[in-house]
Structures are given as C-alpha cells and as structure tokens.
Design a protein around this ligand. Sequence first.
Ligand SMILES: [Zn+2]
Ligand SMILES: [Zn+2]
Length: 649
Amino acid sequence: MFEVMLQDEFERLFEGDYRPQHLENMVIGFWEGSNIPEKLRKLRLENNIGKLGYVEGPPTLNGRPHIGHTWGRTIKDLWYRWRSMQGYYVLFRAGWDCQGLPVEIEAEKELGFSNKKEALAKLGEERFIEEIKNILHKYHADWRRVDRRFGMFMDYEKEYFTYRDKYIEREWKYLKRAYEQGLLGKGYRVVAYCPSCQTSLSNAEVGQDYSVVEDPSIYFKLRLETGDYILVWTTMPFTIVTDELLAVNPDAEYARVKVGNEKWIMVRNLVEALMNKLNVSDYDIEETFPGIELEGRKYEYPLMEEVPYQKRLEEQDGRVHRIVTAGFVDVTTGTGVVHIAPANGEEDFELVQMLKIPVFSPFDDEAKFTEEAGFFKGVFARDADQIVIDLLEKKGLLVKSEKIFHEYPLCWRSKHRLIWMARTEYFYWLDKIVDKLLEAASKVEYFYNPPKNRFLSFIKEGKPWCISRERVWGTPLPIFVCEKCGREELLASRKEIVERALSLPDGENFELHKPWMDKIKIKCSCGGIMHRVPFVLDTWHNSGAAPYSSLTDEEYREFVPVDFLVESIDQTRGWAFTLLVENVIMTGRPEAPYRAFLFYGQVLDEKGNKMSKSLGNVINTEDVITKYSADLCRFYLLWKTNPIENINF
Ligand SMILES: [Zn+2]
Ligand SMILES: [Zn+2]
C-alpha cells in the first residue's frame, strides 16, 4: 500500500509537483505504522559489522527547539542513518537536560517571580520543584513533536533524563572517583558570581557571554606616608571598599611628577598620555626610578572613616595598605599602579594568598555588603560604585571620573553583569590533571583546526572547576558536615546514606533532591549530627556525567568512548569540556569519552546577527517545518555551508 502511494508521489514529483509535507507525513505514517526505527535497531543488533556508541548531548528542556538546535540534530540523525546503512549497530538514545540554572530561571519567569528568593518565599522548595517538573514535561512534549516531524530515529524508549534518581546516583560516582584521587575539595577562592541568579559560576560559564557594557572609569590619588600621591585607575570603584594593597611592576620605570603643589607617582611611559587625559598641562617629571623602590611604602586608605574594619586589618597585618610589587602589573594601561582587592579579583586573591595576608570579603549571598563594610552595609556591590566616587570627590582624591565601554562577562542565563567574590565552594582541582586532560583531548578527531585550538587552549588554562552552586534544582552535593567536630564526609550512594542515617523522614526511597535530601541527618563517628552542605552541582557537571550516568556499567564499558559527537562551537567551554574532564576523572586515565567531536558554527539571522530572545530574531524550528517542510529545512541546513562556518538563516 505504502509503496503504491510512494510511487504515486514520486510520479507527481517528476512532473514537477513536489508536495514535501504530504510526502513527509506519508513516510512518517509508514515508519510509525510499521515500527521501522525499532526494526532497524533490532536488525542491526543481530546483524552488524560492528557496534558504535553515541551519547546524546541533551537539549535543555527550558524552551522550544530553535533552528540552531536543529542544525545539530540534523547532522546527528544523518550520521546515525549513514552508519546504520553501512551495517553498524549504533546506540542512539535521546536524552534531556533537566536541571540547573536555565530550568530554574525559566520556572521563575513562567511563575512570575523575579528571583530565587521570591520564588522560595512564596512557594517553598517542594512546590517550586513540582512547578519545575511541569515545565519539563511541557517542553519535552514540544521537543518530541518536532523530532517526530523531523523523522528522527532516536531511541526514545530508553531516553534519559538528567534529574531522575537513577541518573543522579550514577552522577555521584564521579564525585567519589574524584574524591579518591584527591581531586575534589573545599576551597576559599574568588569565583565569578551572578547577583541575579545568586550563585557562583564556573570559568567555563564565564566565557559564554562577553558583551560591551558601560562602566565607570576613575583616576584617583592616594597619599603616601612621604607626602607624595600615587595615581590609581579602576573601572570598579566598589572594590575600593575591599582594597588591601597597591601593586606596581618591580622592573618598570616610574616617575614622580610635579603637578601644582603636589607630587604624583605613576608609570613613566604613560605620563604624557595621562596628563593629557587628565587635562593637566603644567607638570614636571622630577625623577624616575624602578618600581621596586616603591615596595613597602604605606598609603592612606581613603575610606577608613566609612569602613573602620579596614583599621583592624592594618592592625592584624602590618603589610595591609602598603605597596607590593607583582609581575602581572600591566604598565601599558591605566597608571601602572593596580589596587588590590583580594575579595573581588582572582589575581588579587592569589597574590594575598601567596603573601598570607588575610582576605577582607564583606559580602552576603546577594552580593550586598555586610556589617563589616560599615557605611556600605546593605548596599549591592555595583551600586556602591557611585557612592565611592562621590566620597573620593568629597575627600579631594578624585582626579577624573568618566564612562567607558568595554567587553565584560555577563551571566549566560540572566545576562546580568558578573562580579568576582571570595567564597567557600567545592572544586575539582583540574590544575592537578591538566596534562592528562590535554593528552586525552589531543587524541580526538575534530575535523577542523580552529575549534580544536580553541578547545585545547581552554583546557590548558587548568583552572580549578567550581562545581558547587547555591541553587535548588540540581544534583545535591552529597557531602555531610558534622555540627560538633566539623568533619566532612562524602556519601555518594543512597545505600551509604540510608545506612548512616539517624532518621529518614521520607523513608528509604526519598527523592535525591532538595528539600528531601536536606531533612536527612547522618551520625558522625564522634557522636555528633551531620547535615548536608547547602550546595547543588553545576548543571554542566550533570550533563557531563551522561556517558556513565545514562548507561549501565556494561554499556559504558562497551560503548564509551563513543564514536562521534556533534555540538555547536560554544560547547568547547561547555559540554565537550565537562564530558572530557569527568571521563578522565572516572577512568583515572587520559581518555576522552568520544573519539571524534564535530563542532559546528552558529545559526545567525539573515543579516548575520546573533539570534537571541532579547532581539526577537530566534526562529522556532516548528514554524519552519510548518511553512516549508522538514526535508527542505534539513536540506538547507546541510547544503548551505560546511559545518564550521556560521549560517545566515
Ligand atoms: Zn545570572
Ligand atoms: Zn563529628
């Protein structure tokens, strides 16, 4: 019957009457009616020339599929058919990314809340999670509908969801393996923080959205004990609240410049440019000397009245508010003098760690100043910028204040400006396994050089990966802390938790999520009670755990490393990276969980602009299929360009 109809349709086609949607519906009807995808899987399972692994890069169920997603799905499906026709059995299961920031934020938005605090206050954790699950189901249905229209041959019977208990428990295995190898631990470090999402972010996430923003740019002077002034530049005036040191470059030449009755110190090679910028026409370079000569000089901290705690810091450590030398000080911008706010900068933090000077970090979870910041108590960090500028002006220390436009990292979800804050978080110490990661990554086939180089150079940075998040909807970090002796313990399976529990308020089959996990109390060997730490895991950890978590032990052994993965180029910092890291941790060997990884470009709008919700130029795949048909859309995506270029759609 189908053959006859198909014959008919082809005859029409050759007469110039192509009815793509009609044809597609016919074929889909035939595939579904005769269970073709299932039959193909069976046939190839019994009769194959080899078996190939694949792990689906799970789309996040926080929205409908757009044309960018569809490009990747088209290539995946094509690869699957090609390999199947060659005679391979291919494990080709669907999977869905269900947790983390993107989903939580979508839920907050759909429920009409402006942030986490509000959502939790009004709904409570349990209700909030119920609502999140409803949203997941809604978008899952949308995705399945579009996949069906596309004729995707994925195995949906064995699809995986990253929020299911079974998946989460296997994800914990990665933590356990990391812990055994000394790669998981708590650290007090400066991390990127989104004040809107109220959580820290990983380096991988930080790189995902750099945009041009407007910031203050101020030049101010600080009085030295010698009576001279030293000239400093910053684009984040609020960090003067947490200022602890000034740094100069030991080898660069500095100058003492006479300006009116004052003497200002700055780097020699920028004197002319700076004087010009600051509208000072009458000046004299009195003397020049190497930066090293400034070392140890004391300066008057400008906000001592407002932040009395800074006085205590000086008393605690006599090196606070003195000039130090550091090789990283760039003498080609600013004034060649860098003010060091360890609580708000990675390099600043590392410098004082090295010098063993205490870190002053007076912030709460909303990035507002705490009591210790005195006058600034309760003020949101970035709102303090203007207050600090006004205070410096009042004190006669402000030399110039203007606005600049520069590239600055935004939160990849909420688009808010990130700030850097010293916090206690949990980390994977990737610095210890950089070589293994590089070795694993270099064995992979990438098809094109640019994405390969991009990927390898990101891995080379080897920065610790901050895996803890201050959110609700994610894989709970199963570390318990004793309230009596402070001991910490990782309990990375339901069995271990049940065995050690003092009480199980929701029985043995409690859901592996907040708030259920947090009701469980564990008995410590000292006799005290242990509570779970408040964190969930980075959602990129959740999806990066897919090879082991979505498969059984046996399947993982048989199919990983998988044969081929394909994702968009931004995944060099995302899924491709977390997959690699987690597999090296799991196996303890320099082994990526994939043999080949094709990164494809971005789908831009017809004028070449990035598609984004805020620009309103995102194209929903379903609209394209409805208007033009799936086959035309598929053909266009595959034919228009090679995968590494961007497509103007
Ligand atoms: Zn955010
Ligand atoms: Zn204890």
